[in-house]
Design a protein around this ligand. Structure first.
Ligand code: XMP
Ligand code: MG
Length: 183
């Protein structure tokens, strides 16, 4: 789906598909250099990170593994609850593994800081974070993000995996959702 297909639902396209792909290529080169000679495990956070994972993983040249977790912190609304629950855990034993968490967006940071602590407690050799988007003005806790795509304003965004009530994930770009859609 293109932004032009749902123009009335969006107020502004923040990051275009081609900007996303260029940024992921840049991050992939850094990741390749940093993890040279090591076995990388990408951990995607369902469902929002599906697109980032798919494009980042295919951009990376060395062999890697992918695994998935589902956590909930939001429900169907637009405000972070701070309560994190594991809905689907990893299949992989993290002992001694180099783990890179792949996230769509860091808002309050609560989900990710909880996830980092959780995965680090499982005996991984390293746990780092790659996030496509971050809202600096929404931060409630500081999260150390090794690989960051874009800082964006503190507005609710959809697209490229991000949803509102499970819709808009198939939008190619990242865009601000028009308030009339959710109010
Ligand atoms: P926190 O606040 O814990 O939230 O950093 C991270 C998770 O919240 C979701 N999230 C959003 N989803 N548009 C969305 O579609 C947004 O603007 C947005 N902000 C946060 C997302 O699932 C993320 O993993
Ligand atoms: Mg969501």
């Amino acid at each position: 789906m293109h932004a032009s297909d749902i123009e009335g639902d969006l107020t502004e396209v923040l990051v275009t598909e081609s900007e996303i792909h260029a940024k992921l290529a840049e991050l992939a080169r850094r990741i390749e250099a940093d993890y040279e000679g090591r076995d990388l495990l990408l951990v995607g956070v369902l469902k929002g990170a599906v697109m980032v994972m798919a494009d980042l993983a295919r951009e990376l040249r060395p062999h890697l593994n992918m695994d998935w977790m589902a956590v909930s912190s939001y429900g169907a609304g637009t405000q972070s609850s701070g309560v994190v629950k594991i809905l689907k855990d990893l299949d992989t034993d993290l002992t001694g593994r180099d783990v890179l968490i792949v996230e769509d967006i860091i808002d309050s940071g609560l989900t990710l800081s909880w996830l980092l602590e959780n995965l680090r407690s499982r005996g991984a050799a390293s746990v780092e974070v790659c996030a496509l988007l971050r809202k600096p003005d929404a931060a409630k806790v500081e999260v150390d993000v090794r690989y960051l795509g874009f800082d964006i304003p503190n507005q609710f965004v959809v697209g490229y995996g991000l949803d509102y009530a499970e819709r808009y994930r198939n939008l190619r770009d990242v865009a601000i959702l028009a308030p009339h859609v959710y109010s």
